[in-house]
Design a protein around this ligand. Sequence first.
Ligand SMILES: CC(C)(COP(=O)(O)OP(=O)(O)OC[C@H]1O[C@@H](n2cnc3c(N)ncnc32)[C@H](O)[C@@H]1OP(=O)(O)O)[C@@H](O)C(=O)NCCC(=O)NCCS
Length: 156
Amino acid sequence: MSIVLTPAAQVHAALLSGMHGICFAEPWSPDSMAGILDMPGTVGLIAVDGDSLAPALRPPGPAGYVLWRVMADEAEILSVAVLPPWRRTGLGRRLMAAALEQARAAAATVMFLEVAIDNHAAQALYRGLGFVGAGIRKKYYADLDALVMRCELAIS
Ligand SMILES: CC(C)(COP(=O)(O)OP(=O)(O)OC[C@H]1O[C@@H](n2cnc3c(N)ncnc32)[C@H](O)[C@@H]1OP(=O)(O)O)[C@@H](O)C(=O)NCCC(=O)NCCS
């Protein structure tokens, strides 16, 4: 897999909105994605598969993204997703590991996220990277509770 992680910018708002719409039931419009990219402290990475080893299944192009925000010494994952053909190839882990590393380099000491209580795939991904449960937010997603998770960012 020859996938490059490239910084997300305003020009990618429609692309990110499109990927988000494929991966989540509640879409984020290009305008709302542009607003998120504009928030102070927002950082993002887009995974681009430039030389796919399986072009029929995974055509060259965007494969996933991660967006996070750093506010003083705390960071928060805003959204992470991998397009279906690239799932279970390690890309979600790679995107999240890069976000953790960059947040740590930006002096964050802890990263938080919310994940739907029934999203066991994402929870397994996060636990594998050192996140632990930190509480429940009732009805965070319409009728569904969210699990709040946190990961201490060790200073090296
Ligand atoms: C969650 C998501 C980002 C995972 O991305 P991915 O690229 O498939 O994940 P990886 O291949 O890096 O998997 C890393 C680990 O996550 C866990 N995992 C990922 N998908 C899983 C699944 N379907 N079932 C169980 N565990 C899963 C496993 O522990 C896996 O490690 P392993 O492959 O060594 O067993 C992807 O499924 C996705 O985009 N889902 C829709 C959007 C979403 O739910 N985003 C998170 C919202 S909080």
